[in-house]
Design a protein around this ligand. Sequence first.
Ligand SMILES: Cc1cc2nc3c(=O)[nH]c(=O)nc-3n(C[C@H](O)[C@H](O)[C@H](O)COP(=O)(O)OP(=O)(O)OC[C@H]3O[C@@H](n4cnc5c(N)ncnc54)[C@H](O)[C@@H]3O)c2cc1C
Length: 395
Amino acid sequence: MNDFMTQANTALDTPELRTLADAGVIERVDGVEFSQLTTFHLGGAPRAAVRVTTGEAAAAVVRALDAAGVELLIVGGGSNLLVTDEPLDVVAVIMGDDHLEIDASTGVLRAGAGAIWDEVVAASIDAGLGGLECLSGIPGSAGATPVQNVGAYGAEIADVLTRVQLLDRSTGAVEWVPASALDLAYRYSNLKFTARGVVLAVEFQLRTDGLSAPLRFGQLAGEPGQRREPAAVREEVLGLRRSKGMVHDPDDHDTWSAGSFFTNPVVPETLADEITQVVAAEFGADAAAGMPRFPVAAKAVATSDAGADAENTADTETLVKLSAAWLIDRAGFAKGYPGDDAPARLSTKHTLALTNRGAARAADVVTLARDVRAGVEKKFGVQLEPEPLWIGLEI
Ligand SMILES: Cc1cc2nc3c(=O)[nH]c(=O)nc-3n(C[C@H](O)[C@H](O)[C@H](O)COP(=O)(O)OP(=O)(O)OC[C@H]3O[C@@H](n4cnc5c(N)ncnc54)[C@H](O)[C@@H]3O)c2cc1C
């Protein structure tokens, strides 16, 4: 047993944790590897793993490990994690509290952090509530949804999240904090890439009039802002996502990924214009006219990791969000790149997903990520930022 394990075992062996273990809400998970805990199906073994099935148990375990200075990693569904193949000096704390309360008359839904997100969405729709339909099919846990303000098809968690029950890791206190305290922005919250807190439960205010939220994504809305039956929207979203390999399926290597690997870059308008000129010169005026570009509110960018470079310019320049998938494609990386023999490839359904074809090592994904990022930077002068959390690896 190495020093780390001795320290971890000591930290986890307190009367409080023993009582919770006896009550069955804390369970040691032996011999597990991150390859079994992540949708990339990649990663070596944590030195220890603990599954917690109540918020109280999660808080107690994290407090004990923090007090002893033992490194830990909160793990939900593992769908936004890329972990080294080497054994890691870390305790994986697996969130397993899947309680769900729905008040169909008020539209308030509360879920434990370990509830499977898509099951929460399905239950909300079965209860006649609207608001989560566009977020159908996103893998992972309910507790992780605020961490990067998950979003899809014109909707994001920030639209409906009212508050989260948060363990503040600096004080050990647990309290409900309003969504406004999380600085939610495009694929960002102040919980992402930090050890600030652990989400123990989430609360949403949903719609009780039997209709979806106003739809913003063209293929779902006949006209912008249209509202439809949530169940029908959910089915369409799931269909769209499956066609792009964006619903995790253990039998489909196109989905052994972390979904979109890079965030959409947010750049100053001047750079967006330069890129448009490069596109026009190389691919013609029609391609340049069709390049996706969307104006972004400066505030959203200033708080976003994706907009770190743009932050300094937020006061002086208009900012524009570009499509990472479009840039990757135009930089010459086709679906399935680099080809059939490679253990890690771009998805054959979507250029923005880096995938493990079954035999990849984490290092293969890193090599592919570097390759794609360098190609886009060389062609367009934009550095793509990875969306998942990297553990024990660097791009
Ligand atoms: C096929 C596929 C499609 C995807 N599509 C989308 C999409 O459309 N939109 C989108 O936004 N994302 C998408 N993702 C990314 C991913 O599903 C989301 O980010 C999801 O919310 C991650 O949840 P998780 O439980 O798997 O988190 P994990 O991967 O387990 O963890 C991710 C990060 O959050 C932290 N974390 C997890 N739970 C908590 C908690 N309770 N409290 C504090 N920190 C926590 C972890 O420590 C880690 O840093 C996709 C992923 C895949 C594989």
